[in-house]
Design a protein around this ligand. Structure first.
Ligand SMILES: Nc1nc2c(ncn2[C@@H]2O[C@H](COP(=O)(O)OP(=O)(O)OP(=O)(O)O)[C@@H](O)[C@H]2O)c(=O)[nH]1
Ligand SMILES: [Mg+2]
Ligand SMILES: [Zn+2]
Length: 355
């Protein structure tokens, strides 16, 4: 393993005071570089430790945010060569969190101690201003500076690209936007150059945006698995399923995250409605109250599309997500049916055994 000092991992002297005042001098200090199902990898100056939290921490944890997350600084005690127990989570500078899917009111920690969030979006086939709104909102809610990266410019139609960038520019006029191709590497060095030593950069955005591909390019080796949509066995399945932190040599610290499906299959009809507010408002003026906005005459949505008042991508995305949403409802019902069958089977088994 390449020797490193804590500063390479983004350590700042602000943490010294806490360590001294909390009697943590006897502990090894490290940063969580990987998390998967409450198992953590902690990197210290000396080693990488597979870690679990102490009974005391677990006992005291009231919510999800009391558990460690990738990016956290922690005080650990090694128990074996490569194993350690996490005894304390040091105060967090920032937390990126979002509403946990399907569990309203519950927060999910994405990463901590992040300085800059790279909000990534595939500009060629996954242009969605509403999603960008949400991602940017997550950053602002977490008090983290967002920087936008629009990917796949190599396969985007030139005039469409200019138009989309103009739209984004207009909507988020104070946010810096990078244009990138992970294939031709156009725009890559500008991103590479903005990454500063000791600072932490978290990559967020929808699945397929190219987060892991960019991280691989920055690290200079294939540290993360990447996949095209075609290769994904299920529609919308994420390639990255865990969060992981990487240290660039003489540069910053990067955190990869799984694609956020905040507009995706698990969302309710209500979310669809607020996300596609324009379509839902227009549909009040459609001739038929149950208009699908696909073929009906005097459909206000189709008319708006024709007059270019709404974007084709906005319209298409609405149908795509509406389809996903109904599929999700069907799946949910399918699961319920399966559960009912299972219960009936086990009930009848119980009856038989009682006889
Ligand atoms: N043409 C083109 N393809 C790209 C670009 N960036 C990424 N890709 C491809 O897009 C696919 C998805 O890229 P990933 O890096 O796996 O996407 P991700 O954002 O990490 O996705 P999740 O891990 O599912 O959240 C891969 O097949 C990449 O090769 C780009 O700039 N141009
Ligand atoms: Mg990925
Ligand atoms: Zn209609």
């Amino acid at each position: 393993m390449i020797p490193l000092i804590l500063n390479d991992l983004g350590y700042t002297s602000q943490l010294d005071t806490f360590i001294q005042s909390h009697d943590l001098a006897g502990f090894e200090i490290g940063r969580i570089i990987r998390e998967s199902k409450k198992k953590y990898v902690v990197k210290t100056e000396l080693n990488n430790y597979n870690s679990q939290i102490s009974g005391k921490l677990r006992h005291e944890a009231k919510s999800r945010s009391d558990y460690p997350a990738v990016g956290d600084w922690v005080a650990i005690k090694p128990v074996e060569k490569d194993r350690a127990i996490i005894h304390e989570i040091l105060p967090r500078k920032t937390i990126i969190e979002r509403q946990a899917i399907g569990r309203f009111g519950k927060k999910q920690t994405i990463a901590t101690n992040v300085d800059v969030a790279f909000v990534m979006q595939d500009i060629a086939h996954d242009f969605n201003l509403n999603r960008l709104d949400r991602l940017i909102a997550i950053c602002f809610a977490s008090k983290i500076q967002p920087v936008m990266i629009l990917t796949k410019i190599d396969i985007a139609d030139k005039s469409e690209l200019a138009d989309r960038v103009a739209q984004i520019d207009k909507r988020f006029n104070d946010i810096y936007i990078f244009l990138l191709s992970n294939k031709s590497m156009e725009g890559f060095s500008a991103i590479q150059n903005m990454i500063e030593y000791g600072r932490t950069y978290c990559f967020i955005g929808a699945s397929g945006a190219g987060k892991s591909t960019l991280i691989n390019n920055l690290v200079g080796e294939k540290v993360m698995l990447t996949k095209s949509l075609r290769e994904k066995s299920h529609k919308g399945q994420h390639t990255t399923s865990h969060r992981e932190l990487f240290i660039l040599k003489d540069s910053g610290v990067l955190i990869d995250t799984p694609g956020m499906r905040e507009l995706g299959v698990a969302e309710s009809f209500k979310t669809l409605e607020s996300t596609f507010e324009i379509i839902f408002t227009l549909s009040d003026s459609c001739k038929y109250s149950d208009c699908t906005h696909l073929i009906e005459p005097e459909c206000a949505v189709l008319m708006a599309l024709e007059k270019n008042e709404i974007d084709r991508s906005y319209y298409d995305n609405f149908h795509k997500m509406k389809g996903e949403q109904s599929q999700f409802e069907l799946n949910k019902r399918g699961i319920k049916d399966k559960e009912t069958i299972k219960k009936m089977k086990s009930d009848s088994k119980n009856k038989k055994s009682r006889r």
